[in-house]
Design a binder for this molecule. Structure first.
Ligand SMILES: C[S@@+](CC[C@H](N)C(=O)[O-])C[C@H]1O[C@@H](n2cnc3c(N)ncnc32)[C@H](O)[C@@H]1O
Length: 551
């Protein structure tokens, strides 16, 4: 059945939101055909810390740039796409909560509509990056969590809602609060697939302490289990006489959970408890040695995972004498998220890095990680030095001791470049920096071609389609030269800043199926179309392959 869907609407939902870098003005709405709505930006490897693999795209990555640009790069640029699209096991995000506050290191203030558009755009990309057995964890407070729940329903489907985790973030009441002193934050958990199953958590001394051994059972401590059940059971109505001669029958409306034969069998094996004097209702013993690890629960106390104060102290221990990052999360809190949703070797993503807690904890827990932070000063002051300390084994705090982290591994930094386009009163023009090799690389990423450094006059490949980028005008002479470099059955997409009249005719004659595109005009239309197709919600989303766009 098709018909109108239940969905949260807001002014501007059909538009695209441009977010300025480093507080350089307010976000602005633009139409969907604006270059920013589809551009895949150029990025550069700008540094490495510790040991990194030969393929730079497969390293742990700290991106400096806007989360949306980073997500698009991971989804679209072939060198990244093959590593990340459909392969990320866990995404945790702790975005600006929209609390109306200006923190020391970042502003947290947007209109509700603006915030929703901002988040929706990013969630659509996150959806494509998640592995079939992946999950997304969105950390918020009361300012937006109720709206985010509807948005997550829209993007991931209501059947993929898993849980709302309530984290006790406050240590003590805030008596200056005008109405209530708020104790908790929320983490909304959605899976990529409704059959997702979380890892269980290791048992703790506290969870084990409720097991006792009053009868010195050689099988060890146990808990008394209810012998009755509510569900009707054909062998569940009988009278049982205990060791002291007292008779037991289930209370009205209830049944024995096991048959009389089974009860006798367990009793003979010492697995039934009749109380200290043998006169009590029988209990079925549940042994500590036989119970599984713990299923995750939704209330996370400060005693178990730390509070805001814990994380502030962790920050102070890493950065002595510096005012703490405003909103770090405790390492034990992140450890629990990562234990439930990932295993060693899995890829974990956080595109609102802040002080870098997710990456730091993922690193210590032997996960692979990708993280992104918009603010250059936050990266320089907190994220980068913190992660470097983790690599060099110079961060003894947080979970370091409990997971026995001693240092090792490494990561790369990647800087997202400026836009390739300039929106001027005369239309969209190419930015001044878009020349020569950088122009070619930017076009390759934009059109989903793998970039080839030493293949002139060609510079990219996507299956049997090759790419040639000309920083100027293309005429018949250039077309002949480019087509001459093609292999058998290959076609070419030629991108040039201007196209001379006879170029098209020559191409048609000598390489039918090849094409010429004029930059920036044709790049914009094909980018907008690709992004529209990819981020459409409403048609049931099926998992895409990691193949690139074919148009
Ligand atoms: C709540 S903090 C994250 C704190 C982090 N979980 C930690 O433990 O330190 C949100 C971070 O997102 C960053 N941010 C805001 N807008 C962003 C964007 N568009 N892209 C990437 N990062 C952004 C802010 O600069 C801030 O550092």
């Amino acid at each position: 059945m098709t018909g109108p869907r239940l969905e949260l609407m807001w002014p501007g939902k059909d538009k695209f939101l441009v977010v300025p870098k480093d507080d350089a003005g307010k976000p602005v709405w633009v139409e969907r055909d604006h270059p920013a709505a589809s551009e895949v930006r150029l990025s550069d490897f700008t540094g490495a810390v510790g040991d990194v693999p030969e393929d730079p795209h497969g390293a742990n990555l700290l991106f400096i740039g806007d989360s949306l640009d980073v997500l698009r790069i991971l989804c679209e640029v072939p060198e990244y796409r093959s590593h990340y699209r459909g392969k990320i096991r866990l995404v945790y995000i702790d975005p600006p909560f929209n609390t109306g506050q200006a923190f020391e290191h970042y502003d947290d203030w947007m209109e509700h509509s603006t915030w929703l558009s901002f988040m929706r755009e990013r969630l659509l990309q996150i959806r494509d990056l998640l592995a079939p057995d992946g999950s997304v964890w969105v950390h918020l407070d009361d300012a937006e969590q109720h709206r985010m729940r509807l948005l997550l329903d829209e993007v991931f489907g209501p059947a993929n809602f898993v849980a709302t985790v309530i984290w006790e973030k406050a240590d003590s009441p805030r008596n200056s609060a005008r109405q209530f002193s708020t104790d908790q934050d929320y983490v909304l958990v959605y899976s990529r697939d409704p059959d997702w199953s979380p890892n269980r958590l290791p048992r703790t001394a506290e969870s084990d302490s409720i097991y006792t051994n009053p009868d010195d059972d050689p099988r060890g401590p146990w808990l008394p289990g209810d012998p009755y059940a509510n569900k009707p059971y054909s062998k569940g109505l009988y009278t049982k006489t205990g060791p002291t001669g007292r008779a037991f029958t289930p209370p009205p409306g209830r049944y024995w959970r096991i048959s009389e034969e089974k009860l006798d069998e367990l009793d003979a094996d010492g697995r039934i408890w009749w109380g200290p004097t043998g006169n009590a209702r029988p209990s079925i013993k549940r042994y500590l040695s036989e119970v599984a690890d713990l299923v995750p629960r939704t209330i996370w106390s400060k005693g178990d995972v730390g509070s805001n104060r814990t994380s502030k102290n962790e920050m102070r221990a890493i950065f002595t004498g510096v005012s703490s990052f405003a909103t770090p999360k405790p390492e034990r809190f992140m450890e629990r998220v990562l234990r439930i949703g990932s295993n060693p070797g899995d890829i974990v993503l956080d595109c609102f890095a802040g002080s870098g807690t997710t990456a730091a904890v993922a690193h210590k827990m032997n996960r692979r990680w990708v993280t992104a932070e918009l603010s250059t000063s936050t990266v320089e002051q907190f994220t980068l030095p913190r992660l470097a300390k983790v690599v060099h084994g110079e961060d003894p705090g947080g979970i370091t001791k409990s997971v026995e982290w001693e240092g090792g591994g490494g990561f790369r930094t990647v800087t997202v470049g400026p836009s390739m386009y300039e929106d001027t009163p005369f239309g969209v023009l190419l930015a001044e920096w878009a020349t020569n090799g950088r122009f070619a690389r930017a076009v390759a990423g934009q059109l989903g071609f793998e970039f080839q450094e030493d293949a002139a006059p060609l510079c990219g490949v996507r299956g049997r389609m090759r790419l040639a980028v000309i920083d100027g005008a293309v005429g018949p002479e250039e077309i002949r030269q480019i087509v001459g470099a093609l292999g058998e059955k290959e076609r070419v997409t030629v991108v040039a800043k201007s196209v001379l009249a006879e170029a098209e005719a020559t191409m048609k004659e000598i390489s039918p199926g090849s094409r010429i595109r004029k930059a920036p005009r044709d790049l914009l239309t094909s980018g907008a179309e690709r992004m529209r197709r990819r981020t459409e919600v409403g048609t049931r989303y099926t998992h895409e392959s990691t193949e690139g766009p074919q148009s």
